[in-house]
Design a protein around this ligand. Sequence first.
Ligand code: MN
Length: 199
Amino acid sequence: MSLSKYKEKRHFTDTPEPEGKQTKSGTKLIFTIQRHHASHLHYDFRLELNGVLKSWAVPKGPSLNPKDKRLAMMVEDHPKDYATFEGDIPAGNYGAGHVDVWDYGTYEPINEEGEVIGTTEFAKNLKAGSIKFRMKGKKLKGDFALVHMKKDEKTWLLIKHRDKYATDEDYNSEDYAKKSSLAYTAERNAKKKVVKKKQ
Ligand code: MN
């Protein structure tokens, strides 16, 4: 795990992104999900491990519906400082576009049985291409898996486990991008009423 790829891709005199350095992990591991409106809108899903943020770009964003298997392309490790980065990466720079934190919190690595495990075992599972973790965010809660697909090095799937936080409703991360879920629900209900009237 190293930040050399992260640094190679960026010119820190031209971008407000943190140069960052590898740090020691605290007692709680953090995660961050950043909505990144670059040439293509995507969500960057990042889990702290061994002082860096392991990172995946998720084009459709995460889902709380276990039926969704969201494509997650593994990208370079990011510095832990990146977790709270929001702002504009200027044109001409790698990843040019706007970044907002969509969700932030802590997570616990877990095993197949749902028991909390240490980072050594978690790192081993990551290498083997299958990790499970318990998220304690504002939007994302409960157990998730990231599973490596055989077709190439970078392709993974992000999947919600069935638990009390899962939903069977359609889940679109964009609906939660700027609004609290309560405002979203109110707006969605209002829209439904309009649609009904038209019919
Ligand atoms: Mn990105």
